[in-house]
Design a protein around this ligand. Structure first.
Ligand code: ADP
Ligand code: ASP
Ligand code: MG
Length: 404
């Protein structure tokens, strides 16, 4: 029995005509595949618009209510797609995260999936129906609705594919696949035929929006092959799979950028044990993910601690870091949302020295100042001024010949 989970992103279900298009595509798939599960995002810019409405009311809306609001978007698209399938004579049923039993923790607005029941999905599939699942949403064991963080429909899809032991998970989107850089920033970026889970994970974590990073983790942990492809034509996209199955191993696979992070500096922190633990403990408590961290060399028994967080969390950080700064006698907190994080990703870095030096020199030649650096075995990230971001990506893409 073949089973495929297909996820259609916001632009793919942007209006009624596009929804009808998706329905036709699903019907075509159903002729080839025994069981088709479809995960949908909200229509077009719906989620952004809902975020905008909330922002007009509060800078820090209660996160539970944010989830009540944001989860409505996907319910609209799932029902409309079910109607469109019905219209084409294909039996279909739409289901919310709660109906599917997508159980999450209580981390409102970026909840993590704990368990997927999916019994009802299986029952409905056995009746020959296409099951349409609202992406991005889940439910806690207390019955509270949660959402999985921006781009979370990807994770709904891959997690469902894992739970249902699907043959693969197809991510239909508005680009032809995964590229060597965001094609909107680097027009000559090249589509990758395949990329390893590990590299894709680093790409997603450093801003390549095309897949939410947690979805890639699911893919890797449960060995679900992912096929990222265009929702507008039939062409092959990019396969994300295990490194052992990758034919062509490039030294550098991609340059990514992230304009959605901000830099925070706690200035003049007394240099004594336990302060970093206290600061980052409090941020974790407030459900804030911290990305890069740098602590400067101590002078006069005081030091600066800089770190990056999602700009969406900046108001929370202002409060939490402000309180800790005062409590430990630091000199204050600077928030800077005018930065960009630029990253170079490639499994071949492990065995090729000099990549970091090449990256730093390329940026220096363009007079782009590096404010923070972090590395992993297959990634180098630099924080630069936001206004230098696009130029940095373009320059690095050229320098490492990624179009070829
Ligand atoms: P969807 O609504 O289908 O989930 P997203 O907007 O979340 O789509 O993700 C697709 C977008 O990701 C593309 O339009 C593209 O601009 C962006 N993107 C960023 N980096 C990359 C990359 N390396 N390869 C492909 N797309 C990328
Ligand atoms: N609609 C949600 C968002 O815009 C989830 C998704 O599209 O994946 O982030
Ligand atoms: Mg997305």
């Amino acid at each position: 029995m073949s089973l495929v989970v297909q996820k259609f992103g916001g632009t793919s279900v942007g209006d009624v005509d596009k929804i009808k298009n998706v329905a036709r595509r699903v019907v075509e798939s159903k002729k080839r595949i025994d069981h088709v599960v479809v995960v949908v995002s909200a229509l077009g810019d719906t989620t952004d618009n809902l975020v905008g409405l909330a922002a007009q009311i509060s800078k820090t809306p209660p996160e539970r209510e944010m989830d009540m609001l944001l989860s409505t978007g996907e319910q609209v698209s799932m029902a409309l797609l079910a109607m469109a399938l019905d219209e084409l004579g294909q039996d279909a049923i739409s289901m919310t995260g709660q109906q599917v039993e997508i159980l999450t923790d209580t981390g409102h607005t970026k909840a993590k999936i704990r368990h997927i029941g999916a019994d009802r999905v299986v029952q409905e599939l056995r009746k020959g129906r296409v099951v349409i699942v609202a992406g991005f949403q889940g439910v806690t064991s207390e019955g509270e609705i949660t959402t999985l963080g921006r781009g979370g429909s990807d994770t709904t899809a891959v997690a469902l594919a894992a739970a249902l032991h699907a043959d693969c998970c197809e991510i239909y989107t508005d680009v032809d696949g995964v590229f060597t850089a965001d094609p909107r920033v680097v027009p000559q970026a090249r589509k990758l035929d395949e990329v390893s889970y590990m590299e894709m994970l680093e790409m997603a974590a450093t801003g390549a929006r095309v897949l939410q990073s947690r979805s890639v983790e699911y893919g890797r942990n449960y060995s679900v092959p992912l096929h990222v492809r265009s929702s507008f034509h039939e062409g092959e996209g990019t396969w994300v799979k295990s490194e052992d199955d990758i034919m062509e191993k490039a030294i550098i696979s991609a340059v990514t950028h992230d304009f959605s992070e901000s830099k925070v500096t706690v200035v003049g922190v007394p240099d004594r044990p336990g302060i970093a633990a206290r600061l980052f403990g409090a941020l974790a408590e407030a459900n804030v993910n911290v990305d890069m961290i740098i602590q400067n060399v101590s002078e006069r028994a005081r030091t600066d601690i800089s770190f990056t967080v999602a700009t969406d969390d900046l108001e929370k950080v202002r409060k939490v870091a402000g309180d800790i700064s005062e409590a430990v006698g630091a000199e204050g907190v600077n928030l800077d949302d005018d930065v960009a994080k630029i990253s170079l990703i490639g499994a071949g870095m492990r065995s090729h020295p000099g990549i970091a030096a090449g990256m730093f020199q390329t940026l220096a030649d363009k007079d782009i100042n590096i404010e923070m650096i972090s590395t992993s075995p297959i990634k180098i990230s630099c924080v630069v001024r936001r206004s230098d971001g696009a130029r940095a990506v373009q320059t690095l893409h050229d320098y490492f010949n990624l179009s070829e």
